[in-house]
Design a protein around this ligand. Structure first.
Ligand SMILES: [Zn+2]
Ligand SMILES: [Zn+2]
Length: 136
């Protein structure tokens, strides 16, 4: 499936060919901090199926306990986190679904690192709903 990604300010844009059956939610604590949110939703793409069309991302390299170095590409202007890849031998990218135009069509098929999930994040079904932001 062809997807189009961009950051919030529009200075970074890419195209990719992804498998929509591989959308994953990650509840690890790194993803919580790096997204500033409860979890990350991403989909993998191989290097050959990804084209950066505009802009140069800023890159932060995270070193895991295992020593693996994971690059986090984000927009230096608006801060949108666009994708991640292995810093030393990139073979593909993990695209963050929130920056993909077609995100409504990308439904997660699995969740990982559930042991560190924020308890409420596993079920928001019962929360009151508003079509737009509301204090009511
Ligand atoms: Zn931006
Ligand atoms: Zn994670």
């Amino acid at each position: 499936m062809k997807v189009h990604g961009s950051c919030h300010c529009g200075s970074l844009r890419y195209e990719a060919e992804i498998d929509p059956a591989r959308v994953t939610i990650c509840h690890c604590t790194d993803c919580q901090a790096l997204t500033g949110s409860a979890y990350r939703v991403s989909v993998p793409v191989s290097k050959d199926d990804f084209v950066l069309l505009a802009g140069v991302p800023t890159v932060y390299v995270k070193t895991a306990e295992s020593g693996a170095r994971r690059a986090q590409a984000f927009c230096g202007n608006c801060g949108s986190p666009l994708y991640t890849y292995a810093a030393d031998h990139p073979s593909g990218y993990g695209l963050r679904v929130g920056c993909i135009d077609e995100r409504r069509l990308l439904t997660p098929t699995r969740q990982v690192w559930c042991r560190s999930a924020l308890p409420w994040s596993m079920n928001t079904e019962a929360l009151p709903r508003h079509e737009k932001e509301s204090s009511g």
